[in-house]
Design a protein around this ligand. Structure first.
Ligand code: KG4
Ligand code: ZN
Length: 333
């Protein structure tokens, strides 16, 4: 019954989790509000807040799990990809903890962990399955053949889906992070009020920079005619943008599932918290007779529980890493 302490600090959430024999006993997430004033994550500020939050987050995770720090068998941590300064705080803490307790270290790839979050639930996808991973920094369609045998078959050529959400919300004058606010406003809007273009990108790759520009020009032209255009139509704009982002993602996923003959589809990453995307994804499954999997909300956005479950599967394989490990801002699968 391995007891694993997991640390996540790749971006602007400091998170700690305790997992016993594959069951998540705690998942503490300390959010950073300092970035709201800047319209995006400020890396230097993020690292400083991680330093303040890391020890209390771990203490709270141990307390919630009712686990003593001397009972931990291994420490799993996010090695990358992410902001180097933020990662450094989590990696350093994990190394120090493992050294002090003389226990092994387990490195985890953040993007693989988003996918492995599906193995926290009782209802798990079967191999091989496809995962649409959509976060603030990544947009990928991944073919998962086994826990750590994953192949990216499509990804964004420019902005990530979450970035498209966040940049749109910035254009609309909403605070960072805008994705949840677009979601909230979209619930009261008409998704067919405005039509934005669908980029024509070959294969299973994505592009969101053209969409961002078209939204920018659409807002600029309409505000020139009516200065109150955004306020008067906020919900319809959000609903229409959300619908377009969701259809761009799901049209590609559908084609990938057809081409690869895959029947189990999964959604992962922060943007999988989006209501319109979740509904469209579920409908895609129903319409085509495919099984769809979406993690619980708290396991969609950045969290250490997903690091813990990934760490658990590595622990079972005996895959440990030495004390000379360094974080990686970019980290291939
Ligand atoms: O996976 P994540 O927590 O962090 C990264 O690894 O990037 O994803 C964060 C992204 C942000 O762009 C945020 O705006 C978006 O997920 N997001 C949402 C929603 N909740 C979070 N986007 C749309 N609707 C939501 N409900
Ligand atoms: Zn993430």
């Amino acid at each position: 019954m391995p007891v694993i302490l997991a640390i996540e600090s790749s971006c602007d959430e400091t998170s700690a989790s305790v997992c016993v024999d594959g069951a998540i006993l705690s998942n503490v997430i300390a959010n950073q509000t300092i970035h709201e004033a800047y319209g995006g994550v400020v890396p230097e500020l993020a690292s400083r807040v991680h330093q303040q939050n890391i020890v209390p987050a771990v203490q709270q995770a141990l307390f919630n799990a009712k686990i003593d720090k001397n009972d931990i068998d291994a420490v799993a941590f996010t090695r990358g990809p992410g902001l180097l300064g933020s990662l450094l705080v989590g990696v350093s803490f994990a190394k120090a903890f493992a050294l002090a307790k003389n226990i092994p270290l387990i490195e985890v790839n953040h993007m693989q962990a988003h996918i492995l979050a599906h193995f926290i639930a009782d209802k798990k996808p079967s191999f091989p399955f496809l995962c649409l991973t959509v976060s603030g920094g990544h947009t990928q369609i991944v073919l998962i053949k086994d826990y750590f045998d994953m192949e990216i078959i499509g990804q964004t050529l420019d902005d990530a889906a979450g970035e498209a959400m966040d940049k749109t919300s910035k254009i609309l004058g909403l605070p960072y992070p805008g994705g949840p606010l677009i979601d909230k406003n979209a619930r009261n809007g008409n998704p067919d009020a405005y039509t934005f273009p669908e980029p024509q990108i070959p294969g299973f790759d994505f592009s969101f920079s053209g969409l961002k520009t078209s939204i920018l020009y659409f807002i600029r032209d309409n505000v020139a005619k009516n200065p109150d255009f955004i306020q008067q139509n906020m919900n319809d704009i959000c609903a229409s943008v959300e619908k377009r982002i969701a259809t761009i993602l799901l049209n590609k996923l559908k084609r990938a599932a057809e081409q690869y003959g895959i029947k189990d589809l999964a959604l992962a990453g922060g943007v999988s918290a989006n209501t319109g995307l979740r509904e469209g994804f579920t409908k895609l499954g129903i319409d085509n007779g495919w099984n769809t999997f979406i993690p619980k909300f708290e396991y969609c956005t950045d969290n250490a529980a997903m690091i813990a479950i990934a760490g658990y599967y590595k622990y079972l394989k005996g895959e440990f890493i030495g004390q000379d490990v360094a974080p990686m801002a970019r980290m291939p699968f």
